[in-house]
Write a protein that binds this ligand. Structure first.
Ligand code: ZN
Ligand code: ZN
Length: 161
């Protein structure tokens, strides 16, 4: 990873170093961890999350988020260096943020983990470069995955049809 470590991943602000170790909640996974470094806006990211691959960051962030705003949630996740400008991780990112905010809104967070796992599996059927070969962005197909999951359509094709 060549990303400079001296600015906040979430807001780009400068990191400030406290004199003592204090428990901080990671902005991606929601876990508490002791750290001396936080940005001036109070964001904190554990090293393990800083170095996580895109799918893991999407899964963890959407599992712990209490957001009701999927665009804001997606934007925060897309700032992570593992989430590329173009890449098949967006096929999972879209249904994941929609599921997270939907279940936060309906108060059914107990369903979130299983639905996120289903979304991860289904979005895995959409290959990279799908827009070029099928005329529809894989991330847009992700909105259909979201609707299928919240309306209870549970069939998963084995052979792609
Ligand atoms: Zn920040
Ligand atoms: Zn974390």
């Amino acid at each position: 990873m060549t990303e400079p470590r001296n600015n906040c991943l979430i807001c780009g602000g400068e990191l400030a170093y406290a004199d003592t170790l204090e428990p901080k909640m990671c902005n991606y996974c929601g876990q508490d961890f002791e750290s001396q470094a936080v940005c001036t806006e109070g964001h904190f990211i554990r090293d393990v999350c800083h170095a996580s691959p895109a799918i893991e960051i999407i899964r963890k962030s959407c599992q712990h988020s209490t957001s009701l705003n999927p665009v804001r949630l997606a934007t925060g996740i897309m700032k992570h260096p593992a989430v590329k400008m173009h890449g098949p991780e967006h096929h999972f990112l879209v249904p994941a943020v929609l599921l997270s905010c939907y279940y936060n809104r309906t108060g059914q967070r107990d369903q979130l983990e299983e639905k996120l796992a289903q979304a991860e599996k289904r979005s895995g059927f959409i290959p990279g470069g799908f827009c070029g070969s099928h005329g529809n962005c894989g991330a847009a197909v992700g909105t259909g995955i979201f609707i299928s999951l919240v309306t209870g359509y549970l069939y998963i094709p084995e052979q792609g049809h």
